[in-house]
Design a protein around this ligand. Structure first.
Ligand SMILES: Cc1ncc(COP(=O)(O)O)c(C=O)c1O
Length: 404
């Protein structure tokens, strides 16, 4: 169905979604941090022992637990997800003036990290089903703009024939926890000698073809910001299977200091990006709750799905059968052809009913600092941006919500 929602339908839609959520509660934040495990105990032990800064037993444990959970050999905990993306890009060899493909439909941190590395984000379109990079469309586009320029240590080197810049890397992002179709992207990137830095900030615990997301890129980044599925207050991590990359990331994130018991020797410009032990203590406790949280969030997605049964063409964003989402942030997708005015009408009505619903991020090429960046046709992202509404998604809502 592609007709826009009528005023009456909007009223009924909002009423139905509100009715699916707990009756006694008046306000429903978009996403709240939840501390129901051993957070107090672990943080207290940091304070008792005095290990509060960038090294400590909880950092080591959190890194090992993350690596195990994500099926990779190495995890390096960082101060936030943006720092993790930046460190990963530098470690894989992105240098000034390289071009890096970034989805137009992402949170600004993905594109910012490319700019922090001195490179240029080149914006690519998304598909309608998963909201991830549209790989067939990117493949067609590369045929048009990529020109081979010799062989590098890791495969062919391609340049953008319009800008002359090296096409160095691609950064898929798993939107709201829904895995993108990453295997065809891995194949395409290999063909063009590009490295994949996966932005898995939103997708801890999601899987694609039964493999954890975050384990497909040469390096990947997670975020543990307060709004994420687990939080360390602020925090992030770089994941990789490469020992060499892991060493480089750790070095860059630790002010590029050479290991020595007392000398201050730094061999390049580094960053103070390591996660403090006190945050890692929170992370260890939060990670213990991840599986339960994902189950609850899945249940909440089911509650929204049931509520929308009577609204043809309005759907909850779902991972296809080859994948499973961590359901970090539930999203409903309005009918094709929805205008920004209509979307805003729905958003206003939901917010007035106490549901802190949000539109998707402004697309990257519409932001002033990226307005002149190279881009392909972005018509799908532009259409989807008018249709997406994020719903209250805290996992505790699933325990008290009733099926509509
Ligand atoms: C897709 C994406 N990438 C990167 C980040 C950056 O993470 P952080 O806020 O921890 O820097 C976030 C979240 O904030 C995100 O949603």
């Amino acid at each position: 169905m592609s007709s826009p929602l009528s005023d009456m339908e909007i009223k009924t839609l909002v009423g139905t979604l509100r009715a699916a959520l707990p009756k006694g509660q008046e306000a429903f934040p978009l996403h709240e941090p939840e501390f129901r495990g051993r957070e107090w105990e672990y943080v207290k032990s940091c304070l008792d022992d005095g290990w509060v800064s960038s090294v400590g037993a909880f950092v080591d444990r959190f890194e090992q637990d993350l690596a195990d959970k994500c099926g990779v050999k190495h995890a390096i905990a960082t101060v936030n997800g943006t720092a993790a993306l930046h460190a990963a890009l530098m470690a894989i060899g992105v240098v000034a003036n390289d071009e890096v493909f970034v989805p137009a439909l992402t949170f600004v941190a993905t594109a910012n990290a490319v700019a922090h590395a001195g490179a240029v984000a080149h914006f690519v379109d998304c598909d309608t089903q998963r909201l991830g990079v549209d790989v067939p469309k990117l493949a067609e586009y590369l045929e048009e703009i990529a020109i081979r320029d010799g062989e590098g240590p890791h495969g062919p080197i391609y340049r953008n024939r319009n800008t002359g810049r090296v096409l160095r890397a691609v950064m898929p992002m798993h939107v709201f926890g829904v895995p993108m179709d990453i295997q065809p992207l891995v194949d395409l990137a290999t063909q063009y000698g590009m490295v994949i830095v996966e932005d898995a900030a939103e997708a801890l615990g999601s899987t694609y073809r039964r493999q954890p997301v975050g384990s497909f890129g040469a390096a990947s980044a997670l975020s543990f910001n307060g709004n994420k599925i687990i939080t360390t207050g602020g925090g992030g991590a770089v994941l990789t299977n490469s020992e060499e990359l892991a060493k480089r990331v750790r070095h860059l994130c630790t002010t590029a200091k050479r290991a020595h018991p007392w000398l201050y020797e730094h061999d390049c410009i580094g960053y103070n990006y390591r996660m403090p032990n006190i945050n890692a203590a929170l992370g260890c406790a939060q990670l213990e709750q991840l599986d339960t949280r994902i189950k609850l969030k899945k249940k909440l997605a089911g509650v929204y799905e049931k509520a929308l049964e009577g609204f043809p063409g309005v759907q909850v964003l779902r991972a296809p059968d080859d994948s499973s989402s961590n359901h970090w942030l539930n999203a409903i997708v309005l009918r094709p052809g929805t205008s920004s005015e209509q979307r805003d009408q729905v958003l206003l009505a939901l917010n007035e009913a106490g549901l802190s619903c949000r539109p998707v991020w402004n697309l990257m090429h519409t932001l002033p600092m990226f307005a002149d960046n190279p881009r392909m046709d972005l018509s799908c992202a532009e259409g989807m941006a008018m249709r997406i509404i994020n719903m209250p998604s805290s996992s505790y809502l699933a325990e008290v919500a009733h099926d509509a």
